[in-house]
Each structure stands twice: as structure tokens, then as C-alpha cells.
Design a binder for this molecule. Structure first.
Ligand code: TPS
Length: 326
């Protein structure tokens, strides 16, 4: 049975690349990274009921498992090349694997990402994807380069995925309102939860320009906090500059800002750059079809502050997603 599944996965590995000397089928893949580039490698595991709600379609799980990994490469400014897939399944469910590969392939193909190996085991549903990419050695985007005076930016809109999760949460006090409210907004938010768009092209455009970069997986405050700690700086965010989607504002007008600051799973890029680069950066990213907002500035003093337009502090609980929080 295991070998049938591996054969099925091999048959669906549609992207061919010249730098894959040997793909799925031997004990290890043989790959040729390009000279002068660093190999960027990242792994992310998705568990049912933790990273995606029970009942998520196999195709959405396949898309998201790859998207969150491509987002890690995007945050490094890397160009994706190869992936490994490890699937733990309760049974040899061919239909699940077919659906999973539909979603996975839909995202792998446009990024020319070759699936070069993997593993299948039996157990509670879990998906682990390892991705590889290349970035010119001196141009990789890192978390530790933010400088006092830099402007802070974020791509796209924030808070949508966490709001999508809230829409699916039947325990919520306002569950009935959410079920009957704007169907289009609900769909848009749940779509952001299930099918995030990794900002791969944006990450490449930021090479050599951004002083620091991270993808927003745990929530803006948490992830910007990682940048600040790594860089030895602090940040002041402009609460009124946070980019909020019309779907979020339609369904969660009162909590929109909180979702944007603390909600995870958006997979947008948060980056810093000298303020004099702001106008060019915004124009270049917009030309790519990637929205970008300037949301604050890096300061020398530790800590994260959120201010409104009048300069008053906005109270927020500075927590993001933490797997080990009890
Ligand atoms: C059913 N969530 C789970 S893991 C994570 C977030 C925001 C951070 C990124 O994970 N419950 C369900 N589905 C979800 N997506 C969440 C909660 C939210 P990692 O740090 O492992 O990369």
C-alpha cells in the first residue's frame, strides 16, 4: 500500500528541472545547487486541529502545507527549487492523497518547484514539507538587520486568516451573526486561512533593499517582536496604518485592529528599510500586484508600541500564536 501511494505521488510530481539529477525513487535525491548562491532550507509541519481545522479539504491542506513553506523562502528572499513531502495518514487513503496533490501541485507548478522525495507513514494526520531555494549569498533577507530610523512595511492585508478561523469557530458568541452575515466576506476570510498566497516575488524584489524581513505566521506583534529582538531594536506601529481588508471590516469592524496585530496565519511579509527607499519600494511592489503599507518605524529603545494618529498609545496584549502556551 505504501508503495502504491509513493507511486501515486511520483506520477503526480509534474515539475521537471535540470538541476534535479535524480528525483523520487532512490534512497536520496541528487540535486545541483547553482554556484555563488546560498541554499535556503526550511521545514514546516501541519497537524489537523492545530494548523488547520478538522474538516479542511485535502486540496486546501495540500496548498497550505506548501504555501507556509514557500512563505519562509519568500521571507529570506530565496527562489524556490525543490521540495520533500512527508505524509502521516491514518490509512492508505488514495482519495485524500489525490486531493492533497491537487492543491500542492496547483501552487508548485507556477513556482517551478520540483517534488524530489518524501516519506509516507501511518498515524494521526500530519503533513511535513521541506523546501529548498537559492539566494545570492550576500543578498539573503534576515531578521537581524533592522536599524533605528528604518521604516516598517507589510504586504497585503493583516488579520484575515485569524478572522477566517473565527468564522469557522462554532463556539463563538456571535456564531449565528457570522453564519448569516455577508457570505462573500466570510468566503474571502476563510479563503485566506485555507489558501494563503506566499509572497515569493516580493521577497526576491526586496533582496539587497530590505534591512530585515520575516513572514507573518504567528501574528504581526509576535513576528515583528522576533525581528526587534534579533536586531537589538524596538518598534513603534501606527495603528491607523494597518492594512485591513474590506471583508475583515465588514465582519469584524470592532476587532479588526486586534485581528491585524495579533492574528496569525496571514503569511504576508513584514520588512524594514531606510525611509528614503519607501516610495520606490511601494511603487515596485505595486507594479507586481502586491499591495504594501508603511506601518511604523524602528526605534533604538527595546519594546513594541502601538500609537494612534494623535500619538496616543493603543493598548494591545502583545501575544501571538504560541504552540507551547498552556
Ligand atoms: C484549527 N494557528 C495555528 S499554528 C499558527 C497559527 C496562527 C502559527 C503558525 O504555525 N487552530 C486551527 N487552525 C489554525 N490555523 C490555528 C489554530 C492558528 P507554526 O508556528 O507551526 O509555523
Amino acid at each position: 500500500m505504501e508503495f502504491d501511494l509513493i507511486e501515486l505521488i511520483r506520477a503526480r510530481a509534474s515539475v521537471r528541472r535540470e538541476d534535479v539529477l535524480l528525483g523520487i525513487g532512490d534512497d536520496a535525491a541528487l540535486l545541483r545547487p547553482p554556484a555563488g548562491h546560498a541554499l535556503a532550507v526550511a521545514v514546516d509541519t501541519l497537524l489537523e486541529g492545530v494548523h488547520f481545522p478538522v474538516g479542511t479539504s485535502p486540496a486546501d491542506i495540500g496548498w497550505k502545507a506548501l504555501a507556509v513553506n514557500l512563505s519562509d523562502l519568500a521571507a529570506m528572499g530565496a527562489t524556490p527549487s525543490w521540495a520533500l513531502l512527508s505524509l502521516t495518514l491514518p490509512g492508505a487513503d488514495r482519495r485524500f492523497v489525490e486531493g492533497f496533490l491537487d492543491g500542492f501541485t496547483a501552487l508548485a507548478e507556477p513556482h517551478r518547484l520540483a517534488l524530489v522525495g518524501g516519506d509516507t507513514t501511518r498515524g494521526p494526520l500530519a503533513v511535513s514539507v521541506t523546501v529548498h531555494g537559492f539566494v545570492p549569498e550576500a543578498q539573503a533577507l534576515r531578521r537581524d538587520g533592522a536599524k533605528a530610523g528604518d521604516a516598517i512595511f507589510v504586504t497585503g492585508t493583516l488579520g484575515d486568516a485569524a478572522a477566517g478561523l473565527a468564522c469557522l469557530d462554532r463556539e463563538r458568541a456571535d456564531a449565528d451573526r457570522l453564519l448569516t452575515a455577508s457570505v462573500d466576506s466570510r468566503k474571502a476570510l476563510i479563503g485566506r486561512l485555507n489558501r494563503p498566497t506566499p509572497r515569493v516575488a516580493a521577497g526576491q524584489l526586496l533582496r539587497g533593499v530590505a534591512s530585515a524581513c520575516i513572514d507573518v505566521s504567528d501574528g504581526l506583534l509576535a513576528d515583528l517582536g522576533h525581528v526587534c529582538r534579533a536586531s537589538g531594536v524596538g518598534a513603534v506601529l501606527d495603528a491607523d496604518a494597518l492594512p485591513l481588508s474590506s471583508a475583515l471590516l465588514t465582519l469584524f469592524a470592532d476587532d479588526a485592529r486586534d485581528f491585524a496585530l495579533r492574528g496569525g496565519d496571514d503569511y504576508e511579509l513584514c520588512f524594514t528599510a531606510p525611509p528614503e527607499r519607501a516610495a520606490d519600494l511601494i511603487a515596485d511592489l505595486s507594479r507586481q500586484g502586491c499591495g504594501v503599507a508603511r506601518i511604523g518605524r524602528i526605534v533604538a529603545e527595546d519594546g513594541l508600541a502601538v500609537r494612534d494618529a494623535a500619538g496616543r498609545s493603543v493598548a494591545v496584549s502583545a501575544s501571538g500564536w504560541d504552540h507551547f502556551r498552556s
